[in-house]
Design a protein around this ligand. Structure first.
Ligand code: ADP
Ligand code: MG
Length: 506
């Protein structure tokens, strides 16, 4: 189908990697001033299709047209020159540079153009102005490596708005953002539409598309299954197109009996991060922790795990006090932590599935200082089966697995380490609907066998669907405890929101 108004058309795109067909005859068109949502499960081919558009990969067949003109991009800089910019799913900032330097990388304002002297003042002022206009609270002079995953994402977004002249591709831009930041982003997207940009927006969160999408294309197994005006078919139908099957329940019921208290923390304080936090979690229980980015949730679970020294308070696990901040001791006592940024602090991406899975309990596989490779494989096979890890291949390099399956590998790691108390920080970030419900099932299985679970999440429907109780943190303090069956998203947000003029707590 040709489309007169299309600013961009991709026609009949095919792509295989090492003989595996990843895209088969995919067509997609995007109009100026519109948001075209691209949805599909993990591995459907969304990122690959967009990387072809951005000049990262070459298609095996098919063509790309801009304003009806056929073009070829041999490399990303060619696409940029045609005004096509992309926010990548895997963040791509220079960690040693500042926020402003990343935003203007390669296009810095020069004070003596011939000498290529970068006008840092001008650059910082310009960046500060943009960030302020976008509502992003970031210091242009801050170094990227000191920023949280959410803040880095905001920098990526800002940079892409500088680069994009015709088409802006956003690959799951909200996966690490809080509700407030997502709202700011949606404002920005509406503003970018009025500049006449065509925006291709990849997301697995269908609920957010109601706010921004004009049209939608569903990819499944490398094929475009459906394309149409947003709202023309129901969300349930879109999910069915994505999954190729009915999704009975996203949040499966849990049959866990409440047992003894397994984790109790009392007045735990880390200066400048959180103070006097007390909570208890029983066997079979899932306790959710809600709050805005910067409320201290990640710092809290990392301190419980022993990654940082607390300045006061105590942590008691199954009756024994953990008084040394030593993660290996915590693991020996039965604590497991799933970090927010699984690629940075959780997984060895270039290692196979099996070695990632057994990492926290190598002792069980070692005799006479030698790792029993055969047993490692057997253990991996057993956990692959238990948590439905895909592909079911112990030798698969973790970097090549989908986000949902990477997360299952981490859950399996703690399961094999015989963890009893699981600290999960944003466990389904960047994971699509179907894989998410599998992670929820895996969490339920852990609870049903007596584990106590603390789950930090910015996804409120997820907290409401999974937690028994929801604790709300604001500026380093626990400010509310809510019964998940009684409360609402609005009530949680009311507690999480910071009042104007409220003093820094810690
Ligand atoms: P999505 O973004 O929809 O989750 P991707 O485009 O990332 O999907 O991946 C589609 C398929 O292509 C997956 O099976 C993935 O493993 C494979 N794939 C993606 N990039 C590469 C690559 N560089 N080499 C080999 N396989 C790849
Ligand atoms: Mg992707």
């Amino acid at each position: 189908m040709t489309d007169d108004q299309a600013a961009l058309e991709m026609r009949g795109i095919n792509k295989s990697f090492a003989g595996n067909t990843v895209l088969a005859d995919v067509s997609l068109s995007a109009r100026a001033g519109e948001v075209h949502a691209l949805v599909g499960e993990n591995g459907a081919g969304k990122s690959t299709l967009m990387k072809i558009l951005a000049g990262v990969y070459q298609p095996d067949a098919g063509e790309i047209l801009i304003d009806g003109q056929r073009i070829r991009f041999a490399r990303p800089s060619d696409a940029l020159r045609s005004g096509i910019a992309m926010i990548y799913q895997e963040l791509s900032l220079a960690p040693d540079l500042t926020v402003a330097e990343n935003i203007f990388l390669g296009r810095e304002p020069l004070s003596f153009a011939l000498l290529r002297v970068v006008d840092r003042r001008e650059m910082n002022t310009h960046a500060a102005g943009m960030l302020k206009a976008y509502g992003f609270k970031l210091d242009p002079r801050a170094s990227i490596k000191r920023l949280s995953a959410a803040d880095r994402q905001l920098v990526e977004i800002t940079r892409a708005t500088v680069e994009a002249k015709r088409v802006l591709v956003m690959d799951e831009p909200t996966s690490s953002l809080t509700a407030h930041e997502v709202e700011d982003l949606f404002h920005l997207i509406r503003e970018l539409k009025t500049r006449g940009l065509a925006i291709i927006y990849i997301s697995h969160r269908l609920e957010e598309l109601d706010f921004i999408a004009d049209r939608v294309t569903v990819l499944r197994d490398g094929r475009a299954i459906y394309s149409g005006v947003w709202g023309e078919i129901s969300r349930a139908e879109i999910i069915r197109h994505m999954a190729g099957r009915e999704l009975k329940e996203i949040f499966p019921p849990r049959a866990a009996a409440r047992g003894e208290t397994r984790l109790r923390i009392t007045n735990l304080t880390r200066k400048g991060k959180f103070r006097e936090v007390s909570l208890a979690v029983a066997a079979g229980e899932v306790v959710g922790i809600a709050g805005l980015a910067g409320a201290g949730r990640t710092e809290l679970v990392e301190t419980i795990f022993g990654a940082y020294h607390a300045d006061g308070g105590e942590i008691v696990l199954d009756g024994s006090k953990l008084d040394k901040a030593q993660p290996d001791l915590s693991v020996a006592h039965g604590l497991g932590l799933l970090t927010e940024d699984r690629k940075r602090t959780g997984l060895c991406l270039n290692q196979p599935l099996a070695s990632n899975l057994t990492l926290a309990n190598l002792r069980a596989l070692t005799s006479n200082w030698r790792l029993d490779k055969k047993r490692e494989k057997a253990v991996a096979a057993e956990h692959i089966e238990r948590l439905h890890i895909r592909p079911p291949d112990p030798d698969k390099t973790v970097a090549l697995m989908s986000g949902g399956n990477q997360q299952k590998v981490l859950l399996a790691r703690w399961l094999f380490a015989d963890s009893q108390v699981f600290l999960l920080d944003e466990p389904t970030r960047g994971v699509d609907v179907a894989a998410r419900s599998e992670i929820y099932r895996a969490i339920n299985r852990l609870a049903e066998r007596g584990a106590a679970i603390v789950m930090v999440s910015s996804d409120l429907p997820e907290l409401l669907g999974m937690a028994d109780r929801i604790l709300v943190m604001r500026r380093g303090r626990l400010v509310a405890e809510l019964d998940a069956r009684q409360t609402t998203q609005e009530e949680i947000l009311r507690h999480a929101a910071v009042d104007q003029g409220e003093q820094q707590a810690a």
